[in-house]
Design a protein around this ligand. Structure first.
Ligand code: ADP
Ligand code: MG
Length: 695
């Protein structure tokens, strides 16, 4: 990265953005692209050819030699297939070529991407199609073109297609509501997202020595070090120089790619950090979060570090999540979740708020499934991340407003003003950072909701598809009702009151980590889907399938396919973890501790031959030998369990959760005890204190 470049020049320098397009396209083509993006019109091939040519020229000037359609299959990471621009022209010469056809459509062999049975392997072709709403960019010498990815029969095989569909749908429905409030200007409502990304950085040399980190992204063994995060000195603490150099490099890399990286700080656990960009439209936010995760890993490598994005790399210290800040904004610059400053805006805000509250209550089970992964199971409900129960935090002031609406009593703010919906102005809701409830899974933070249950490694697409679609559904219901109304003010007030009354159970402003809340939530009838295995069946509950089919986000086949992919992924992840565990026990831990016990016995022998006390050697050897045999048995049990995983995918998921997870925990407990007894030089890989407190 050029260090001489000033930030404004650096920012977006590798992006074929609007400004570059304006410069390099004819005004007719630029206009056609703009219309395509703002109004969803299609581009003719002539325009596509011109854009492709301009893109290629620009990319080649920047040193690119290849292009790739860049897409987001159901693996949760991005995929790319690079083709060079070269085209032979005879006489051993080439020209650099890139056509509109190549820009608009690609045909990667899709047979090795998860499809959940949507694409028969004999029809291996998948199609990628350009997403003109997300800018092309250059990464490592390739022009990357963001695309959707679908099957021959048109089924979505990726995470972008349904996200774009859900963004369109929530826009359509939100505009119906805005029209009722007399807004005739807004043409587009955009789901806006700002994801805060947590990660760990450890030394590459330690990582290389840990098979579990290399195979699974998390440590499968590791006794608690003498010091964890108790001193609470890491959170927002001074950033050590090596990490600071990494963060600077990461920022510059992301800025060049047009990612609005804004905030960086240390997190709670040792070696844990966070990066947050400034929010953007949900589609861009999703693309950029994928790019950020990729670059976090690549930049770490340059600094002799490894970036761990797993939700729980280390037991005993906090794991990593991702806070998905979500709101709706109009193309006229208004945020629909910002409390109003006029009586009419006030009522409009309360209506959008009511829709959100109703939606989260009705689809709490589905929202839970969007964050259900094997990795995230280590966090949710474990006193470090929100509980597995979904609830909404509104804060004291807004909660008091909602309560007064429900009770029909007067709301009195500090100025003793009373509130009537649609007549009064809402008291300014303070965006007070200090009393934010960090234990809530879904917190209102002034002008947006913060969905805090996401795992650090997951694509943010699924949760945002759900939020957009749920919101679209509730707005549809409200619009259907209010468009028929003959007394808008009265019916509006009634609707808001009714909605808050019926869905108040989802609002909770207390401590989400408290056991009392879990009991209370059960009384309220809220779902407590503790694990992925408990949660995933809700993915295809009829009411949830109906929701997505009704709004054209997924077909029935698409949602079923996605369900199957998620179910299989859970078992696959656990199987890899369990196999890695078996491997490490057999090839590393057992031989090491056996050697250690034998050496202790030999030392005890020589010591007693000299008539010297050898209690330490004997007791330690006895304890180690005992645990060694126990570990061998636990390992055998785990292997037997692995061999007995049922063939049926759903049964396999349940079995993996019930049997494999428990057997892994049992084996780990023994191994961790052995670690504390074994001399450092014998232990076969770096331990937590080496990895978490490196300099
Ligand atoms: P925190 O205190 O949780 O770290 P910040 O105020 O720093 O929160 O914001 C976190 C994220 O929320 C950032 O990515 C920010 O850009 C994003 N954000 C701010 N306003 C909105 C909004 N209206 N819609 C969506 N995201 C937003
Ligand atoms: Mg946050």
């Amino acid at each position: 990265m050029s260090t001489t470049m000033k930030l404004p020049e650096l920012f977006g320098s590798l992006v074929f953005n609007e400004e570059t397009m304006k410069e390099r396209l004819s005004s007719a083509s630029y206009g056609a692209w703009k219309k395509c993006v703002t109004e969803g019109t299609s581009l003719d091939i002539g325009t596509a050819n011109e854009i492709a040519e301009a893109m290629k020229q620009w990319a080649v000037e920047k040193g690119a030699t290849h292009y790739t359609h860049w897409f987001q299959p159901m693996t949760g990471v991005t995929a790319e297939k690079h083709d060079s621009f070269i085209n032979p022209v005879g006489g051993g010469k080439i020209i650099m070529e890139f056509s509109g056809k190549e820009l608009v459509r690609g045909e990667p062999d899709a047979s090795s991407f998860p499809s959940g049975g949507l694409r028969a392997t004999f029809e291996a072709r998948g199609y990628t199609a350009w997403d003109p709403t997300s800018f092309a960019f250059i990464k490592e010498g390739s022009l990357c073109i963001p695309t959707v990815f679908c099957s021959y029969s048109g089924h979505a095989l990726d995470k972008k297609t349904p996200l774009l569909r859900s963004m369109d749908e929530v826009s359509r429905q939100a505009i119906r509501i805005l029209r009722l409030f007399g807004d005739t200007e807004t043409k587009r409502v955009t789901a806006q997202v700002g994801p805060e990304q947590e990660y760990f950085l450890i030394d590459k040399a330690d990582y290389a020595k840990r098979e579990d980190l290399r195979m699974t992204g998390r440590t499968l063994f590791g006794a608690k070090p003498p010091r964890g995060q108790e001193l609470e000195d890491h959170y927002f603490g001074a950033i050590r120089p090596r990490v600071a150099a990494y963060m600077k490099d990461l920022d510059e890399t992301l800025w060049a790619l047009g990612v609005l990286s804004k905030t960086k700080h240390n997190e709670v656990a040792p070696c844990q950090h966070e990066m947050a960009p400034i929010f953007s439209d949900a589609n861009t936010a999703c693309d950029h979060n994928q790019l950020a995760m990729e670059m976090m890993k690549k930049v770490a490598d340059k600094h002799g570090l490894v970036c761990l994005l797993h939700e729980k790399p280390f037991a005993g210290v906090n794991g990593s999540g991702k806070h998905d800040n979500w709101s709706l904004g109009t193309d006229t610059g208004k945020n629909l979740f910002k409390p109003g400053s006029t009586p009419s805006q006030n009522a409009q805000f309360l209506l959008f708020l009511a829709a959100f509250v109703k939606g989260v209550d009705e689809y709490q089970d589905f929202l839970r499934t969007t964050v259900a992964t094997a990795g995230n199971d280590h966090r949710l409900g474990a006193q470090e991340a929100p509980p597995a129960v979904i609830s909404i935090f509104l804060g004291d002031e807004l909660n008091a407003v909602v309560e007064s609406i429900i009770k029909g009593t007067e709301f009195k703010d500090a100025g003793k003003r009373t509130l009537e919906i649609g007549v009064d102005v809402l008291p300014a809701i303070r965006q007070d950072n200090t009393d934010r409830n960090r234990t809530s899974p879904m917190a209102f933070t002034g002008n947006k909701f913060e969905f805090r249950m996401l795992g650090s490694s997951q694509s943010i697409s699924g949760p945002n598809i759900a939020l957009n679609t749920i919101m679209a559904e509730e707005l549809t219901q409200f619009a259907d009702e209010l468009e028929k109304s003959t007394d808008f003010q009265a019916d509006l007030q009634e609707l808001i009151k009714k909605t808050f009354t019926e869905h108040q159970r989802i609002i909770f402003n207390g401590n989400g980590y408290d056991d009392a809340w879990i009991a209370e939530a059960e009384k309220r009838g809220l779902c407590n889907l503790k694990s992925t295995a408990d949660a995933l069946p809700a993915y295809i509950a009829p009411k949830n399938v109906d929701l997505f089919v009704k709004h054209g986000i997924y077909t029935k086949e698409e949602i079923q396919a996605r369900y199957e992919i998620h179910v299989e992924n859970y078992t696959t992840v656990l199987t890899i973890e369990a196999n890695t565990m078996v491997d490490m026990i057999k090839h590393q831990i057992l031989p090491a501790v056996s050697g250690y016990a034998t050496d202790l016995c030999e030392r005890a022998d020589s010591k007693s031959a000299c008539g010297v006390a050898c209690k330490y050697e004997q007791t330690t050897a006895a304890e180690v030998a005992q645990l060694t045999d126990e570990l061998m048995d636990a390992c055998a049990k785990l292997e037997n369990g692995l061999a007995a995983i049922p063939a049926d995918a759903e049964a396999a998921m349940q079995y993996s959760h019930d049997v494999i997870v428990a057997d892994m925990a049992a084996a780990r407990a023994i191994a961790d005890k052995l670690e504390t007894l074994t001399a450092s030089e014998y232990w076969p890989f770096p331990v937590y204190s080496d990895m978490l407190f490196y300099v």
